[in-house]
Design a protein around this ligand. Structure first.
Ligand code: BDR
Ligand code: CA
Length: 315
């Protein structure tokens, strides 16, 4: 099994990433660390508990609350896309505890306990990861692999023309992380990768509907608002970069093509804030990340759908 921590701004596709992290037999999810991103912080915590509950796993993985603001700039939400992040789902259950230890301290402590053994999948703004790197430089050495969902590899943004959401929200954190010296960073960009290989089409959603499980219903409810948004901007389905990021850690063969890049993130310009410049080696820059260029879309869909077909016992 692969031991890892999921750093998340839990809403919609983060919930699906968490489902995979909880239910994949190859996954050893040690902790969930929460970072400001998609929707209000307390809603994100609620979405994580909802997801644990629907998986029948409440109380099995510690949730550490992390940074509630980006490092420098004010927080911006994606509530226009995600709503509350779980499609208005209302479930009643007990057991919504969170840990007292701050997420940044948990990231530092857990990776220090097993140097070079724990990986991190970061599927929100990189604030917690950057703060951990700043607070304790040993953290950078102790992390095995850092999978980052963020940026775009063709300049196409989803929150501005130039920027993908996670890097836009905390561009300074993203810059710190790419300059920190992590030995093994894998980037799952939004474009073109997600749009090519990690979209669930209406047809695939209909197949999921026919599964008739608690998890399939949860998936469709949670993905409803983003499906509406994605379709309104011409994407033929709902986008799932976050669960693909977990997939790339647990099953590297899901990444069909990857290459070494030097990734740098713009922090100064108003027009291109959060833009990720991905240099493929012709500009004399040392690579600092492996960027996934193509994924096995059909295998990814099958992998996710397998979890949604599982019978679980929510409270
Ligand atoms: C990223 O932004 C969030 O809205 C999604 O959860 C994903 O992590 C895509 O740009
Ligand atoms: Ca996310």
């Amino acid at each position: 099994t692969v031991p890892f921590i999921l750093d998340t701004d839990t809403a919609q596709d983060d919930c699906v990433a968490l489902i995979a992290g909880l239910l994949d037999p190859d996954a050893d999810l040690r902790a969930i660390t929460m970072v400001a991103g998609n929707v209000g912080f307390d809603k994100q915590v609620r979405n994580a508990h909802l997801t644990l509950n629907v998986c029948g796993r409440l109380g099995t993985v510690p949730i550490h609350l992390g940074c509630r603001q980006p490092m420098v700039v004010p927080w911006v939400s994606a509530e226009n896309v995600h709503g509350d992040g779980s499609g208005g789902l209302d479930m009643d259950f007990a057991g919504t505890a969170t840990e007292d230890e701050h997420a940044v301290d948990a990231l530092i402590r857990l990776t220090a306990q097993e140097p070079g053994e724990l990986s991190i999948v970061a599927i929100g703004p990189l604030t917690n990861i950057a703060m951990a790197a700043v607070k304790d430089p040993a953290f950078v050495r102790n992390v095995k692999r850092l999978v980052i969902m963020g940026g775009s590899n063709n300049g196409r943004g989803n929150i501005t023309a130039a920027a993908e959401f996670n890097f836009y929200v905390d561009p300074h954190a993203a810059r710190v992380v790419f300059e920190a010296g992590f030995a093994d960073i894998v980037v799952v960009p939004w474009a073109p990768l997600t749009l090519q290989d990690a979209v669930f089409s209406r047809e695939q959603l209909a197949d999921i509907d026919r599964l008739g499980t608690s998890l399939s219903r949860f998936f469709l409810t949670v993905c409803g608002p983003t499906l509406a948004f994605d379709e309104s901007v011409g994407i033929p389905g709902t986008t799932h970069p976050d669960s693909l990021s977990v997939g790339v850690l647990l099953h590297p063969e899901l990444a069909l093509a990857s290459a070494q890049y030097h990734v740098a993130v713009e922090t100064e310009s108003e027009l291109t804030r959060g833009y990720s410049a991905m240099s493929w080696g012709v500009h004399g820059l040392e690579p600092n990340a492996t960027v996934v260029e193509r994924a096995d879309g059909p295998a990814f869909h099958t992998w996710i759908t397998g979890f949604l077909a599982t019978s679980t016992e929510p409270n």
